[in-house]
Design a protein around this ligand. Structure first.
Ligand SMILES: [Zn+2]
Ligand SMILES: [Zn+2]
Length: 178
């Protein structure tokens, strides 16, 4: 009996893993938008209504080569976007990444549980050489990029005309040069 209890306990711990931030950003209640964790939501509200995806230079001065891509709408995490919205975000981010770094680009999505912002975003940067891992799938087109499983992050980089989609990690932006 004892040996069956252990996995159950581990599962409970995984489910209870708390997010770093309590997200209460509500555009209908301006006072809630003042929180630091809502700063990307505030940027989204500055965009024109016809904008679907926009870009921000990373505000962290220690990451001068980095950009963010974000939808104007307000999902907290990637799984809250529908297939079309997710494809729009990835295709805009990849186009921007290519324009900045040619075939050296990579895009990283951190797991929601390690994010300090309440608005879904992906990090665009230059792939650090030699960070390749074995946990990836090959995607032939943007629509093949999966929804990150189980609250994980993922990171993507080109492999010829294909993409590697790496999974199984929480903090992924560490594959990008600063
Ligand atoms: Zn938002
Ligand atoms: Zn790879």
């Amino acid at each position: 009996m004892q040996r069956f209890l252990i996995p159950v306990v581990l599962l409970a711990v995984a489910v209870l893993r708390a997010d770093l931030v309590n997200c209460a950003c509500d555009v209908a209640r301006p006072e809630t938008m003042e929180a630091r964790s809502c700063s990307l939501c505030r940027e989204a509200e500055k965009q024109n209504a016809d904008v679907k995806v926009f870009f921000l230079k990373d505000a962290n001065p220690s990451k001068p080569g980095r950009w963010l891509a974000l939808p104007r709408i307000h999902p907290r995490s990637m799984d809250q976007l529908n297939n079309e919205q997710r494809a729009e975000l990835w295709s805009a981010a990849i186009a921007k990444a290519k324009s900045l770094f040619d075939d050296q680009w990579a895009i990283a999505y951190n797991a929601p549980s390690v994010q300090t912002q309440c608005h879904v975003h992906v990090h665009i940067g230059k792939l650090i050489p030699g960070v390749e891992t074995s946990q990836f799938i090959t995607a032939t087109k943007i629509e093949d990029i999966p929804v990150p499983a189980g609250g994980e992050g993922l990171w993507i980089h080109p492999q010829g005309n294909l993409f590697h989609v790496h999974s199984g990690e929480q903090i992924t932006e560490t594959v990008l040069e600063r």
